[in-house]
Design a protein around this ligand. Structure first.
Ligand SMILES: Nc1nc2c(ncn2[C@@H]2O[C@H](COP(=O)(O)OP(=O)(O)OP(=O)(O)O)[C@@H](O)[C@H]2O)c(=O)[nH]1
Ligand SMILES: [Mg+2]
Length: 624
């Protein structure tokens, strides 16, 4: 079937930011449009085109595109392809840009200028933003803007995107269409070596052709990338992270829990016995409130992730792990997508677009959900809080943090095993050296970290107030109706739809030690992992007999009613189970079909059941 596409472009000129990875395009984009797209100190942060609007002083609106970074216009990976397609006018539903803003990293003109020449050759009007002017100056690189402008035949503006310097000049340039020059087209083509000669000539003219001196970053790297100290440092960093997730979160978590408990008491005693009270106390407060308590832990996790991202450490870690990942048929390239998956598998799966090799990309997508995403954290924290005693081992390790570390490790080891097995089934990988840029180290800006944390809190609270609330309420309805028959003895929930469903599922899950409450909570938990917690909160609140039906903290409740093997088995289940529909949808989008998400769901469920079964049996035997 042939397909015809009608392009409907919004009116007005279209501008696009183009440049090498990590030169500050998104930082500029955010400043110019007031957006809050992700900025971080490694190559390959932006992997799709993002549109923003820029208001001119005259009141006109210009559309501005932020694009993935690229080294050349010969794309090697799906993210680079996005940029090349936009420049060639091949992007779906998008016209060719009317103006390209070439963003240059002033500290590395040699590499950055080549892309400018390639863009010029596309024949699109072009202006240059000479970004990272502060870093260049601090390294003693002085660039004569007028000379550069003359040499290229293009207007050049010096900018510092992080501080907003030079943006007024840039805006002025963007506002006056008359000033957008059709670029002089350089001779030859991108690959015939002429460009490199021209770049050399330009650098010579600017007096920048000598080697740059050793940088502070290089000195730091001698330690960070050291074959022995490097991995030790990485292990220590990760280990500290998990310790902090428990020890720092303790106090704020207690506050939230007692706040939720207090609210439950107040609402419970203010309302008369009845459906409304049950809805608010058992459904909203006991259910959703039990998830809310995990906000501090999530923020601490993200605090560390943001620090790693902003400092420039991430690509170094990728470098350190390249060998290790090579042994299971992956490369260090997969490290950043996998690490992003600790936040959430979806951006992780998107980030695989920067992997050039299609097979590596697919394998990385398939194992990304095994990385412990932040939605698992509440589940782990709940069970660890309930079953693992708070005490120190070997002097100063918190046992709870240690168990959490082991759970994260289990996910990683599982992922590596799966990658290794997939290697057996797919054609051999050509071994290529890892080519990855190591950006200069930055001290993370407190403001950026604060904004990042606020965004995370917002995402979490929106989830709590959105899908988690919705599904918990749906569960409350199912667990409340139909009511108990005359003369019933047990709590009403046993006679409800949810009770019946739970009892039915219990047959499936009994071999791995799950009771009917857990089996039931896993159903809404398919949509998102934390919902299993709010569902347990509601189910236990509704199961509570007697008069003290006020919202009780979930943790002591399950500590009383579950056996230790059941808790371990549920943890093992959550390490593997694909309890997240949004991830499967993302896999469908990125692989272009239902095949991969179905295979993924199948293998993950099988693995989860197996792991939970073994865990349950072995721990029951050992603890008997
Ligand atoms: N010192 C300094 N840092 C900057 C400047 N502009 C951006 N940065 C930092 O450089 C890093 C990369 O910025 P991004 O905006 O994410 O870069 P990008 O070009 O969008 O990168 P990709 O999306 O990976 O292609 C971040 O850590 C920014 O904070 C600047 O002018 N000066
Ligand atoms: Mg970007």
């Amino acid at each position: 079937m042939t397909e015809s596409v009608i392009h409907l472009h919004p009116a007005g000129p279209l501008l696009a930011l183009v440049g090498n990875p990590n030169c500050g395009k998104t930082a500029l984009f955010n400043r110019l449009t007031g957006s809050r797209q992700k900025v971080a100190n490694y190559a390959g942060v932006t992997v799709e085109r993002k549109e923003g609007r820029l208001k001119t002083h005259a009141g006109k609106t210009l559309r501005l595109l932020d694009l993935p970074g690229t080294y050349s216009l010969y794309p090697r990976s799906p993210d680079e392809r996005v940029t090349c397609d936009v420049l060639a006018g091949r992007a779906r539903g998008e016209k060719r840009p009317d103006l390209v803003i070439c963003v240059l990293d002033a500290t590395n003109l040699r590499r950055n200028l080549r892309l400018v020449l390639a863009v010029q050759r596309q024949g699109i009007p072009c202006v240059v933003a000479l970004n990272m002017a502060d870093l260049a100056a601090s390294r003693g690189i002085n660039i004569d803007v007028d000379k550069l402008s003359k040499a290229l035949g293009l207007p050049v503006v010096r900018t510092i995107a992080t501080q907003g310097h030079g943006l007024d000049d840039l805006r002025q340039l963007l506002e006056q269409r008359e000033q957008w020059p059709a670029p002089p087209v350089p001779p030859g083509n991108e690959q015939d070596g002429q460009d490199q000669q021209r770049v050399n000539a330009i650098l010579k003219e600017l007096g920048l052709d000598e080697q740059s001196p050793a940088l502070p970053s290089d000195k730091i790297d001698r330690f960070v990338l050291h074959p022995v100290f490097g991995p030790v440092l990485l292990a220590v960093l990760l280990f500290l992270l998990f310790q902090a997730v428990f020890s720092w979160a303790e106090a704020p978590k207690d506050w939230i829990e007692s706040g939720v408990g207090w609210l439950g008491d107040v609402v419970g005693s203010a309302l008369p016995e009845g459906l409304l009270k049950s809805l608010l106390v058992d459904g909203v407060i006991a259910g959703v409130g039990s998830v809310l308590a995990f906000l501090p832990q999530i923020l601490i996790l993200f605090f560390f992730i943001l620090l790693l991202e902003e400092s420039g450490y991430l690509p170094r870690a990728a470098f350190l792990l390249d060998r290790l990942m090579g042994s299971v048929g992956l490369s260090g390239r997969s490290f950043i997508p996998l690490l992003s998956s600790f936040a959430c598998a979806i951006p992780g799966i998107m980030a695989t677009r920067s992997i050039a090799n299609p097979r590596d990309r697919l394998v990385t997508i398939m194992i990304a959900p095994l990385m412990t995403c932040s939605a698992r954290l509440p589940v782990y924290a709940l069970l660890i809080g309930a079953f693992v005693p708070q005490r120190e081992v070997w002097g100063w390790f918190e046992l709870q943090g240690l168990v959490l570390f082991v759970l994260y490790l289990a996910g990683i080891v599982g992922a590596m095993l799966v990658a290794w097995i997939l290697k057996r089934f797919t054609s051999a990988r050509q071994v290529r050296p890892l080519m990855m840029e190591l950006p200069a180290y930055h001290l993370p800006h407190a403001r950026n970290i604060a904004i990042g944390l606020l965004q995370r809190a917002e995402i979490f609270l929106k989830r709590v107030g959105g899908i988690i609330l919705l599904l918990t309420l749906a569960l409350w309805v199912l667990a409340t109706f139909p009511g108990a028959p005359e003369g019933a003895t047990g709590p009403a929930i046993q006679y409800s739809f949810a009770g019946m469903l739970g009892r039915g599922l219990e047959h499936v899950f009994a071999p791995i030690g799950f009771n009917w409450q857990i089996s039931l909570a896993l159903v809404p938990g398919l949509a998102a992992r934390e919902i299993a917690i709010s569902a347990l909160g509601t189910v236990y609140a509704l199961s509570a007999t007697g008069t003290d039906a006020a919202a009780q903290a979930l943790s002591p409740l399950i500590a009383q009613s579950w056996s230790l093997p059941t808790a371990f088995s549920l943890l093992a289940w959550f390490v593997f189970a694909p309890q997240c529909l949004a991830t499967l949808a993302a896999v469908k989008r990125e692989t272009g079909g239902l095949r991969m998400p179905l295979i993924m769901a199948g293998y993950l469920f099988a693995l989860a059941y197996l792991a939970a079964f073994v865990t349950f049996r072995v721990s029951s035997y050992l603890l008997a």
